[in-house]
Each structure stands twice: as C-alpha cells, then as structure tokens.
Design a protein around this ligand. Structure first.
Ligand code: MN
Length: 468
C-alpha cells in the first residue's frame, strides 16, 4: 500500500510547519506506541536543531488544554480530545493520531490558527491494523529523509498490536517494516512460533504462560518440561530458549500444541488455532545478541513497563540511542514492574479462590489496592487462571468515586468477531463513564457506584455471543 496522495501532502505540510517553528511542545501518549511516537518526533526536532519540550500524558488531561507554545504537536492522541478549545490566533497545531477522530477533515477551514490533523481514518485507512501513532510519526520522519527511524515505527506497531488479526503487518505498516529491513535494522521471520519470551525466558517457562486456552501446560512448568523432553527439544540440564530451536524442533512443537489445543476448544474455534501459535517474529539485529531489546515483543513490553510507572522519558532515551545509563534504568524499572505484577497476581489468583467471580458470560475480580496503571496487565495475566471462554474484567479504585475497569480475553474470542473495545465504550458511556480500546484488550473509567449496573449490562450484551 502506498500513502494516499492527500495524506502525503499533509506530511509535507507538517514538515514545513516544523521547519518554520522555533518553540515547540509535544504531547504524546504513555504507552509503547506513544513513547515511540515521542522518540521519533524528538529525534526529528533534535536533528532540525529545534528547541522542544515533550510530555507524556493520559488522555484525560487534554480536553481544554492551554496551548503555550508556537507549535504544539499531539502524537498517538489528540484526535479524540478537544485539544484546541483554547487555541490562540497564530498558534499552530499538528495531530498525528490513529484513533477515531472527533472532527472532520474540513474542520481546519476558517480558523485563525493553523490546524493540521493527520489521521488514517480521514483517508479510509483503518487505524487499528494498518498504521498507528508511531507509524504516522515515522512517515513524517521519512519526509525529512530519516529512514533510519523506521525500526521505531515497527516497534510502535508491535506495541499497538497492529498485527494481532493476521500475525503479520499489512497496509502502511508493511511499508515501514520494509524500510526497517532495507535500512538493516530489522529481520522478520515469517510464520515463526510466536510465544512471548523468545530471547529472555527458558521455553518451558514461556510455554507455561499460554493462556488463550486453558491447557495442561498453562501455569504448569512440570508439564511443559515433560512435553519438551518428550519431543526431544529439552533435556534436564539443557533448557533452551525459543530462539535456540531449530526449524524442525519448532515444527514438532507446533504440531503438539495444535493437537493439545484442538482437544480443548469447541469446534467453532478450531480454524483459528494456528493463529494462536504462528506469527511473524521481529528481530532488531543491531541490538546486542543477548539483549531483550533484540526481540520486538520483549522490547515493546519494556516500553509499556516504563509507561505504567511514569518513566516514559527513560524509555524514550533508550529509543533515541542511550544504551548505557537509560538502559540500566530501564532494566531496573522492568524488574520492579514484574515484582509488582507478581504480587498483584498472587493476591487475586493464588490466594482466596473466591477472588474471581463468574457470571453467565463474563467473570471479574476486585483488584483493590492494585495500582490503576497495572490493573490491565494483571487482568491479562489472570486470564490463565480462569475460564478462557469468557472475558475477564478487573476493577480497581482510582479515587473515592471512580473505578478503573480493564478487560482481557482469549484471542479466540476476538478472532470469532467480538470487539470488546467497542462494547466497553458503549457500556461505559451508558453508566456515565468512558472507555474503549482493542478487540481483546480494553478498558474504561466508570463511577464507583455503577459497578453492578456495568456488570449486568455487560453480561446481557454478550448473551448468545460466547461459546459455552
Ligand atoms: Mn496508539
């Protein structure tokens, strides 16, 4: 896919606006995509010798924001927020966002300030699968000739799960991927076994986290070790990582996993099984051989860990090239993050068995005391401890009156056509909150006293849509 001409003209205009501005502020989102976006923009501005400030923010602080700079750039956010209500004459705004836009393309006409919104949805391109925030920032960088930043565009798309539907990149993401390969930063292994932890975990550990379907191996390393030994992949004193497997070994493992999953899922899901195991894998070949930064998924997890702990700038410095001090800090943050996740999970899943409450079509837990920033990740990991056929919802209080809601589900449910991001958006707004997100990973903020109503509405909404 090529960039549509109308969109390309917008990137040229954005470049000109940047070249003609001196005092610049960037607001970007706090997740992997947003951090990658910020890193690309900041690199462009550094190379152009432009003074700039960068701030990573949650969506809720943007409505009616004071614009205090000559040029304000919003990346991976902005399209869905009222960011220009306080724009003053002569100010300039650029938005690079892939989320559903509030405003039409002609919104900019007749304003006394410059307003340039680049959003794939204005050009008929789906922002969930074909390009994300970091990708848009990369296309701007490409306009300046900085194709060496393409690998960050790839990382942003991995973090934004743009490839979940098919296991590979499509649309504009494919162009970015090709640039990263051509620039010598990226190696793509087509249709690889795709299990998280390729570079940093022994395979028997990585496999035990399989949670899209509850299998005998889920949370059971005794079983994963036995299976790997039986397949002749592992020996007692030689535990391998996924990246050490030969193609033949990968083939055996694939076959075994397909058999195991087939016996565990209802017939309607059988056709989706290969997608659970197979997908392209991404290696950043300029990274150190043994570094977790070498694997796209592990790198993106580290970016998210920084976001969850309000350390986006450290993540950004790593992306911008600091592999000494910032990388040390990044490792420290990731370690603390993993510890916090483990303690939260053991509270919910391994302690009191009644912590997970099952309703007809959904299940939930009260994550009292879990930080709102990590409740989503915790919810995802809890999935391995409950009924995979239903989505799992985690709640935690944000303040006296507010609840954060996170939902995760097996990828099988989303392959089957359920888009929980859309459902949660509707139901949250019905109870006076707001929400949204991906098909299989999404969240909302709702008033505390609306919790049971929210659960009730959600449960009803899914009646007949969940296989039992
Ligand atoms: Mn994004």
């Amino acid at each position: 896919m090529q960039i549509p001409q109308t969109m390309h003209e917008q990137f040229i205009e954005a470049k000109e606006i940047i070249e003609n501005s001196e005092d610049i502020k960037v607001y970007s989102h706090i997740d992997c995509d947003g951090i990658c976006s910020g890193a690309i923009l900041s690199t462009i501005l550094d190379r152009q010798n432009k003074e700039h400030e960068i701030e990573f923010v949650n969506l809720d602080v943007l409505d009616d924001i004071e614009l205090t700079h000559e040029l304000t750039i919003f990346s991976d956010l902005g399209s869905g927020q009222r960011i220009d209500t306080k724009a003053m004459e002569g100010q300039k705004i650029i938005i690079l966002d892939h989320h559903p836009p509030l405003r039409n393309p002609d919104y900019r006409n007749g304003k006394n300030y410059t307003y340039l919104e680049i959003n794939p949805l204005h050009h008929g391109i789906d922002g969930s699968y074909y390009v994300c925030g970091g990708g848009l920032c990369y296309f701007l960088a490409r306009e300046f000739g900085y194709t060496d930043l393409s690998w960050i565009g790839v990382l942003s798309a991995i973090g934004d799960m743009q490839n979940t539907k098919t296991g590979h990149f499509e649309g504009l993401n494919e162009n970015i991927q090709q640039d990263a390969i051509d620039e010598g930063y990226l190696e793509v292994t087509k249709n690889d076994i795709n299990i998280y932890g390729r570079n940093s975990r022994p395979l028997f550990v990585a496999l035990s986290y399989f949670s899209d379907v509850n299998l005998p191996i889920t949370n059971n390393t005794t079983e994963t070790m036995a299976i790997l030994e039986e397949l002749g992949i592992d020996e007692k004193h030689n535990r391998k990582k996924l990246n050490e497997l030969t193609n033949e070994e990968k083939g055996k493992l694939f076959k075994r996993l397909v058999e195991m999953i087939s016996t565990a899922v209802p017939g309607r899901y059988v056709k989706y099984i290969p997608q659970l195991i197979i997908g392209d894998s991404y290696t950043f070949i300029k990274e150190d051989e043994h570094s977790f930064l070498r694997d796209g998924s592990e790198f993106s997890t580290a970016m998210n860990a920084c976001g969850r702990n309000h350390e986006e700038k450290i993540a950004m410095e790593v992306l911008k090239g600091d592999r000494i001090e910032a990388l040390d800090q990044l490792e420290e943050i990731s370690k603390t993050h993993r510890y916090n996740l483990a303690t939260s999970i053991s509270k919910v899943a391994e302690g009191d068995e009644t912590a997970i409450v099952e309703m007809e079509n959904i299940q939930y837990f009260d994550g009292d005391g879990i930080k709102p920033e990590i409740v989503g990740t915790v919810t995802g990991m809890i999935l391995g401890y409950c009924n995979w056929k239903k989505p799992i919802i985690g709640f935690t209080q944000t303040d006296e009156t507010g609840l954060k809601v996170s939902l995760r589900c097996s990828r099988l449910l989303s392959y089957d056509g359920i888009h929980f991001g859309n459902i949660i958006r509707e139901i949250a707004s019905e109870v006076g909150g707001s929400g949204g997100g991906h098909a299989m990973a999404c969240g909302a903020y709702i008033p505390l006293e609306k919790k049971s109503e929210f659960l009730e509405l959600f449960n009803n909404e899914l009646s007949g849509k969940i296989a039992n």
